[in-house]
Write a protein that binds this ligand. Sequence first.
Ligand SMILES: *[C@@H]1O[C@H](CO)[C@@H](O)[C@H](O)[C@H]1NC(C)=O
Ligand SMILES: *[C@@H]1O[C@H](CO)[C@@H](O)[C@H](O)[C@H]1NC(C)=O
Ligand SMILES: *[C@@H]1O[C@H](CO)[C@@H](O)[C@H](O)[C@H]1NC(C)=O
Length: 385
Amino acid sequence: MSSSYTPWRSSASNRRPTQPTDNSRNPGLIFPDLGPAPSPKPIIRLLAFGLIIFLGLLQFLPASHFRHPSDPLRNWVPLNPHSSPSSTSKSEGSYEEDGMVHVVSWMECLDLKVLAVLANSTLSSSRYPDLVQFHFFTPEGNKDKVSFYKLKVLFPDSNLELHGQEEVKDIIRIATSEAEYASFNFAEIAPFVIPSVHQSLRKFIYVSPDLILKGKVEELTGIDLSTHAIAAAEDCSKRLNSYVNSDVLDAIQRSASKPWVSVTPYEKDACMPDLSLLLIDARKLQKESLEAVLWWSKVLNWSDRSSKRNPAIALALYNRYLKLSNSWLVKEPASLEITEKSMVIHYDGPKLVCSEFRNDTVPESSHGNLWMKYLPSMSNQILVS
Ligand SMILES: *[C@@H]1O[C@H](CO)[C@@H](O)[C@H](O)[C@H]1NC(C)=O
Ligand SMILES: *[C@@H]1O[C@H](CO)[C@@H](O)[C@H](O)[C@H]1NC(C)=O
Ligand SMILES: *[C@@H]1O[C@H](CO)[C@@H](O)[C@H](O)[C@H]1NC(C)=O
């Protein structure tokens, strides 16, 4: 018994004293395999962690190039091929470099069928429909979820937003008298005000909703405006002197010294700009452009609603806009030849227009059938129900 006990004791007592002596003499030799892992300096650890975070954050940078899925060669295309290197400098911000083609429209009395034809024709003729973004200003704006989802059903892949009109109208209301305010065609003035309300809209196409777009919108936004803020086609079927009395205009030109009044006499038969399709660069739009329009309305006493279209915008734009080629002039779909050649034609289907008091809609019948090409048959049921 004692013999079995002793070896344990003796071995234990033999071992015990050796350990501390060896340990104290030569610590590294006892457990050479189990030594602690080499611990990196804290600064290295911090740097590695920082590098991982940095690489992670890189993906939040805005994209600068893209590859279109339908491009067989999968070429990398810069998002904004038309901007010169200097215009992509940081100071201009990243909004307009988002690579999207912004199409803005304003509709005083909601008619989804007209908007659907505009959207379908724009997308069908666009080169990269997934880069087109619609901004429709409607009476109810984004509060009108039903209209929004109806459009989303028809154009599931589209980038589409509904905006309200109040903010824009408030700015005009503050700047004008009540009588003037009531007489304005907001759809015509809105493009001058929208950039100050929606500052992310820099370069955009402003279209009247009752259009069928057959040209490529990318080609339009690609146009270099140079120093101009606005581009429009000239409509020579409408001349300045049929809108405003030449003598009155001469008197104003001689006596008023406003920056927006021409220093040289106005050409009496100057062609009017077609306001139903504009290319706008909001960065070059002067703050006074709205003031200029309102000023012209006032000096011409445009409270008179029975008169023809207000020439104030045409006068504010006089010699101050880039003239688009005639193919971008909105035409009536009068003949097959016109329809085929034109980039943009008037919507010829049935539509709802505002009543005289702007509080109700009145139906107007169609005068052609071109619009049907741009409205899938099932959409009628969706839009009407
Ligand atoms: C402006 O026109 C209205 C009617 O159209 C007239 O009553 C008013 O006197 C005119 N004002 C000026 C300043 O000419
Ligand atoms: C619209 O306004 C006019 C005059 O203010 C009024 O007579 C008419 O009943 C109104 N219509 C609707 C639908 O509110
Ligand atoms: C436009 O409408 C036509 C039929 O009218 C349809 O075939 C086409 O898919 C529509 N395009 C888009 C982008 O909705």
